[in-house]
Design a binder for this molecule. Structure first.
Ligand code: DON
Length: 311
């Protein structure tokens, strides 16, 4: 009888081999020119169980652009700074629209639907920035990531940040539109500067799965015993990941995978099986909603084989 760690190791290796053989790999994001250079053939998967066992397969140590996955950490940080006051400037309902959509902002007085669509994440970044210089706010975010992942080597990919800064016209539109409703406190260029840079944080699947452990274990890192957030806050962040983490693909992700998860256009998905495991998968090709195509398929296979769906 294999141990549960051996079983997990085998499942991870099998999924990575299955994914490597698939011809359908989705389409790499090109609207941020620097992301278009990434190898569409890459695939990494890391699962860390409650005992701290790390099961890793494929390109699990290659850093990739975490993009919107960073929004989970900025939300956590902002909630720590301002508490429930955050919900005065951003909602917590699924949007049913694309991650960069502007349509709801006019109808809803500049209040973004949730903290994971671009408008919502920009509003959250603006809260973190308040009273600080952009460099200080960014340092705070980066320190938080390094603390969570227990890895001081995590950095920002400046080429990706500069690439988005040059071409992020849609995000500029979203930010100025919110500013016109008084939703942002800081100069738009400061807020967007911090936003583009936190999206450009580069992490491997191993680092990301490490950073997600507190969400899988009621707000506490199970190996250090350190509490990052209280259990109620961890539950609530997971609820928002489940309902909004994949934009207008969130229903499909819940239906197929059944875990709270957050995607990024770099092809990463971070997911948590509450009480059981933290997970990071990376495959750069995206589906029509901008979520990793093979990442989702790999997670569907993982939750099926491990019986980890929360439903
Ligand atoms: O603002 C943007 O468009 C990117 N920095 C992040 C978008 C993203 O990752 C959407 N995720 N699937």
């Amino acid at each position: 009888m294999p141990s549960s760690a051996e079983h997990l190791d085998r499942v991870i290796q099998e999924i990575a081999a299955e994914m490597a053989a698939r011809p359908d790999r989705g389409t790499v994001a090109t609207y941020i020119p620097e992301l278009a250079r990434v190898d569409a053939g890459a695939f990494g998967l890391v699962v860390i169980d409650a005992d701290g066992h790390v099961a890793a397969a494929g390109d699990c140590d290659t850093p990739f652009s975490i993009q919107s996955v960073s929004k989970v950490f900025t939300l956590t940080l902002a909630l720590g700074m301002v508490g429930d006051r955050l919900w005065r400037r951003v909602g917590r309902e699924p949007s049913g629209t694309a991650f960069n959509s502007i349509v709801q902002l006019e109808r809803e007085q500049g209040i973004p639907r949730n903290p994971f669509i671009n408008a919502g994440a920009i509003a959250v970044t603006d809260l973190i920035l308040s009273g600080h210089k952009p460099r200080e706010a960014l340092g705070e975010i980066l320190r938080f990531m390094r603390f969570l992942a227990e890895d001081e080597t995590i950095t920002i990919d400046e080429a990706v940040a500069a690439s988005e800064q040059r071409t992020g016209f849609r995000n500029n539109a979203l930010a100025y539109y919110m500013k016109s409703f008084g939703v942002l406190d800081n100069p738009v260029e400061f807020t967007l500067g911090v936003y583009f840079h936190h999206c450009a944080i580069a992490m491997s699947c191993r680092q990301l799965a490490m950073a997600a452990r507190f969400l899988a274990h009621s707000g506490r890192n199970p190996s250090t015993g350190l509490s990052v957030v209280n259990p109620e806050r961890a539950r609530r962040i997971n609820a928002i990941m489940l309902t909004c983490g994949h934009y207008d693909g969130s229903g499909e992700f819940a239906y197929r995978v059944g875990l709270p998860g957050k995607s990024g256009v770099g092809g990463g998905i971070m997911a948590v099986a509450p009480g059981k495991a933290s997970i990071a998968v990376w495959s750069p090709g995206l589906d029509a909603a901008g979520n990793s195509h093979l990442g989702r398929i790999a997670l569907e296979s993982l939750t099926k084989r491990m019986g980890w769906s929360i439903f």
